[in-house]
Design a protein around this ligand. Structure first.
Ligand SMILES: [Zn+2]
Length: 791
């Protein structure tokens, strides 16, 4: 009696403490938002998501939320650390352990290593909705966090004890709000569930997941710093959505080809994780899960591919989409169209797809259930085999320190290059991802090429990047020329890679570099080298002043002050966004020119740029079937007529890549794109670096080299049909035009025009057959753009 009385007064006391907020309690998402996230037709914006995580941080000793930077538009970029209360209290300790394991040179003995592995935690990062229309994961992240913070089952306890989860509710907060605003505004209208009519990242849109070695975007910079300078996660899981008609969920193992610089054991662990997820999903009778299809590991620059080059396990999942947060229905007829590489049909079962989904209603909650199951599956694996994953991580870093026959010793960036500013940015990009760079303090004698006899002296002030460092494979993958395997379908046509085929960074940026196979006497005399610890140290060597802030803005290269217009269609164009990024980085003033401006005419600019977009996109724009009339319809006939008037009256029109087609046709220019209409067994180049031969006498080629590396991605090559009317500024090389990547049928473009200028009325038209600012990466050809802008 007495005891139960005591007990009930104690309970009452606790209840009172809770109700006065004196004892913290993890709040449910529903209690904060007023709805259960991932319910049909609900959406939480970034303010609500960060508010929820702040309250969860306050209410749970298992959660700590940290801001790691700001987005492009100034929103907080947050990470929620989720683990046991004891681990959360000691985050710094576990961060130090992970950082030590990432660099085996810091570990002095086997005993120390054993102790680190015994006490360390598996660091797992899950990042949601980098692609903002793939919205469900950002909403699901709140449910996942709440479940981990409150569940008391043995499985959750094991996860919390053995892993530290770094949960990123979205790596693109600006996009969450763009999508949430558009979704709310259009709910119940004909536009409900459509993509917002703008880029969901200010500069990059969908290409924000193409930035992971270049670091053009502040979001990529912040997360790269967090991952590869601070936490060194052993797992990075990037959660995406794909189209509606394919598999319900695609996970690793991935499709071919693999990048040869990914260590085999890492590829195996990627596969292991995917199969664990697949098995756990099947155990819940979730149908439609595909492995070994569509996505490959060739290309380097994605959220889940960068980890491979830091000895981490990178996982991507792609769930079938709904209509943003509105449900959809998928019929068997639609499913009959859903196929991809490695998946001939989603109606029939296969070894990599044993349980086809039958079609029917498909809701955000279905996506969330799959993603939650996959996330927990990964966490469980990381928890159960904690020592194994920590040791593998260490072993990979350790192996990278030993030279392998046939690998070069180092790459050198020789002193005395004319474009020191570009070299500085290049070094900054490498250092920001944790790469080690050395400065030469005394002469070194090296063997440049494998077959060249004798040693050669390197100029003082050169920089060396040694291959044997913990992130060896990143060094190799960024410096080497890619040789994409010649992969064909049954009909002999080229099989499309997942993304581009080649990206060699110094080539793209126009930075001179050399491959070194041997350095004389280096082992005896290390004094000749000094580790470059900061960018300012490197800039001092190049006689550049200190840099005020990371990735600082650059000086405007223009000598004149043209009024620049940049066409911006209503649908949002990634090439337009990247052009803005280049202009903003170089502080070049410009104004955006809308479809409406084009239709109205009288453009108040001297030069107008049409970024790379198809004729159809520019001319027709968004469809009025799904979008409001005021933003649909493209530039139309009236826009084309006004464009002609603009040039006739003395304006300059500059076209990038795809947009050349519309202008050649509508302006009846004496040019023909020789690769248009060729089949993929005749010509194919899905994204490679090619060599240009430049006419240095032309004003557009001012201060350019005779040979320039340019970016070609399903681009154009021109034949001039009336030579007296067209100036050819640059041609694709007569032979050996492919520098890095993959190109079938090179002969079709050898010697063909790549960059031309032609008069039209009193004005001029400049046509770039290639992408002069591809994803803000191809610095080698930026000067062509700057020259084209000058009055
Ligand atoms: Zn995506």
């Amino acid at each position: 009696m007495r005891r139960s009385l005591l007990f009930s007064s104690f309970s009452l006391f606790i209840i009172l403490l809770f109700s006065y907020g004196l004892v913290a309690q993890a709040p449910s998402p529903q209690s904060v938002l007023g709805f259960y996230p991932t319910t049909d037709k609900t959406i939480a914006d970034w303010g609500q998501i960060t508010d929820y995580f702040a309250k969860l941080d306050k209410g749970s000793s298992k959660v700590a939320v940290k801001e790691i930077g700001k987005s492009t538009k100034g929103r907080p970029l947050i990470v929620a650390f989720i683990s046991s209360p004891g681990n959360i209290k000691n985050l710094e300790k576990y961060q130090r352990i992970s950082a030590k394991l990432a660099d085996p040179r810091n570990i002095v003995s086997e005993k120390e290593l054993d102790e680190l592995i015994r006490t360390g935690k598996t660091i797992v990062s899950i990042s949601c909705s980098i692609h903002s229309t793939e919205i469900v994961a950002s909403q699901m992240s709140m449910n996942l966090a709440y479940e981990l913070a409150t569940a008391n089952d043995p499985d959750t306890k094991e996860i919390l004890e053995n892993t530290i989860l770094l949960l990123i509710p979205s790596s693109n907060p600006d996009g969450i709000d763009i999508v949430a605003d558009w979704y709310r505004k259009t709910l119940g209208t004909k536009s409900e569930g459509t993509s917002p009519p703008e880029l969901y990242h200010h500069y990059a849109g969908h290409d924000n997941n193409r930035d992971w070695f270049m670091l053009n975007l502040v979001e990529t910079q912040a997360i790269t710093q967090f991952y590869w300078q601070e936490w060194f996660p052993q797992f990075v899981y990037d959660v995406h959505q794909q189209g509606q008609n394919g598999s319900r969920f695609t996970i690793p193992p991935f499709f071919d080809p693999p990048n040869p610089r990914i260590p085999p054991s890492l590829l195996r662990d990627v596969g292991l994780t995917g199969y664990k997820m697949a098995a756990d999903l099947q155990a819940k009778n979730i149908a439609g899960v595909a492995t070994n299809s569509s996505y490959d590991t060739w290309w380097h620059g994605g959220f889940r591919s960068a980890p491979y080059f830091h000895n981490s396990i990178g996982i991507l999942s792609e769930a079938a989409s709904a209509n943003l947060m509105s449900p959809t229905t998928v019929t068997r007829e639609q499913l009959s169209r859903g196929r991809g590489r490695g998946l001939n049909s989603v109606l029939d079962n296969a070894t990599n797809f044993p349980d086809p989904w039958k079609g029917g209603a498909w809701r955000p909650a279905d996506i969330a259930q799959i993603e939650m199951t996959a996330a927990r599956s990964l966490l469980q694996l990381a928890a159960k085999y904690r020592p194994r994953f920590l040791r593998n991580f260490y072993d990979l870093g350790k192996a990278n320190l030993t030279r392998v026959k046939d690998d070069p010793v180092a790459f050198i960036i020789p002193a005395g290059q004319p474009n020191a500013g570009t070299v500085s940015r290049f070094l900054e990009i490498l250092m920001a991802q944790g790469m080690e760079i050395h400065e030469m303090k005394q002469e070194l004698y090296v063997k440049h090429e494998k077959e060249l006899p004798g040693y050669h002296e390197l100029p003082l002030g050169s920089f060396l990047v040694f291959v044997n460092q913990p992130q060896k494979n990143n060094v190799l993958s960024l410096f080497e020329k890619q040789v994409y395997p010649d992969r064909r379908g049954a009909n002999g046509e080229a099989e499309q890679p997942y993304d581009v085929a080649g990206w060699t960074l110094p080539l793209q940026m126009g930075v001179e570099y050399e491959t070194i196979w041997e350095i004389r006497d280096l082992e005896n005399d290390r004094r000749t080298l000094k580790r470059v610890e900061t960018l300012d140290q490197a800039r001092e060597v190049m006689n550049l002043g200190p840099q005020v802030e990371p990735f600082a803005k650059l000086a405007n290269p223009l000598k004149t002050a043209p009024r620049i217009g940049l066409y911006k269609g209503s649908g949002g164009s990634m090439d337009e966004g990247w052009t803005r990024l280049v202009f903003d980085s170089f502080q070049i003033p410009y104004r955006s020119v809308s479809e409406k401006d084009m239709r109205a005419g009288d453009l108040p600019v001297d030069v107008l740029i049409l970024p790379a977009d198809s004729e159809n996109t520019i001319f027709r724009g968004l469809s009025a079937d799904r979008y409001p009339a005021e933003i649909s319809g493209g530039i139309g006939e009236q826009g084309v007529e006004n464009l002609k008037k603009f040039v006739s009256n003395g304006g300059k029109l500059v076209c990038f890549d795809d947009s050349c087609a519309l202008v050649i046709k509508r302006f009846e220019l004496p040019l023909k794109n020789v690769v248009a209409g060729l089949r993929r067994n005749e010509f194919y180049n899905p994204g490679s670096i090619v060599k240009l031969e430049v006419d240095r006498n032309h004003a557009l080629a001012k201060e350019m080299h005779e040979n320039v590396a340019a970016y070609f991605t399903n681009s154009s090559a021109f034949e001039v049909t009336a030579e007296n009317r067209v100036n050819v500024v640059a041609k694709y090389a007569q032979k050996n035009a492919l520098l890095s990547g993959w190109m079938l049928g090179e002969k079709f473009i050898n010697g063909k025009a790549a960059l031309v200028e032609t008069a039209y009325g009193s004005g001029k038209i400049v046509l770039f057959g290639f992408r002069p600012q591809h994803r803000g990466q191809s610095w080698a050809t930026f000067p062509f753009i700057f020259n084209a802008l000058e009055k």
